[in-house]
Design a protein around this ligand. Structure first.
Ligand code: SF4
Length: 200
């Protein structure tokens, strides 16, 4: 049964409720994992992805699969540094299963995205991060209201007092990274993240 308080004063209580959230299944959507999250250990940066994949859903920990390895390579962080630096969240937190077309994973519906934005609101409220890194088009759109990777990758933005550096999704599912010019933009964006991390 989903529990949502009118406010949260600690990550401990937020994570207790987030771990058992079933808001989307209660609204009639099919999900293939329980919520995926990594523990709050005092991170000062917030990573915001799209949705967990099958590996993450099984482990119930974000960025465990191949895309996570690529992301850590881009940022020149080992696993310990990565999870200690970033509180990792996503637009939705449960593995949505395969797309009906069979190509890739299902994109969460707008209603699921809205239901899950409750957790982002309280995470950002508690964490007050200095740096936010939205990863992939959906996360960038949800956080900044921007669409079109070419217009925002390699640039910095501001959101509620935090520096925001968008990254393309490292999964390789999108062909956007196939273009050499786009790979240069992605490399520039990763450099920007590393510069911001050095300031934290
Ligand atoms: S995707 Fe988000 S809102 Fe939906 S059940 Fe999972 S944690 Fe809850």
């Amino acid at each position: 049964m989903t529990r949502r308080r009118s406010s949260y004063r600690s990550f401990a209580s937020l994570e207790r409720d987030l771990r058992v959230c079933r808001a989307c299944t209660e609204a009639g959507f099919h999900l293939e994992s329980r919520p995926v999250l990594n523990d709050y250990v005092g991170q000062r940066a917030y990573m915001y992805g799209q949705a967990p994949g099958v590996v993450e859903g099984n482990e119930r920990r974000p960025w465990r699969g191949r895309a996570g390895k690529t992301l850590r390579r881009w940022l020149e962080l080992d696993e310990e540094e990565f999870y200690g630096t970033f509180y990792c969240a996503s637009v939705t937190r449960c593995y949505p299963g395969r797309a009906p077309s069979g190509r890739g994973d299902r994109t969460p519906t707008l209603r699921e995205q809205e239901l899950c934005s409750f957790w982002r609101h309280w995470e950002l409220n508690l964490l007050r991060p200095e740096l936010i890194v939205p990863v992939g088009g959906l996360a960038i759109r949800r956080l900044l209201g921007l669409s079109g990777l070419a217009d925002c990758i390699g640039r910095t933005f501001e959101h509620e007092g935090a520096v925001v550096v968008p990254l393309p999704h490292p999964s390789g599912a999108s062909s956007w990274l196939n273009a050499p010019a786009n790979r240069e933009l992605a490399a520039a964006a990763a450099r920007l993240v590393r510069v911001e991390l050095a300031r934290l």
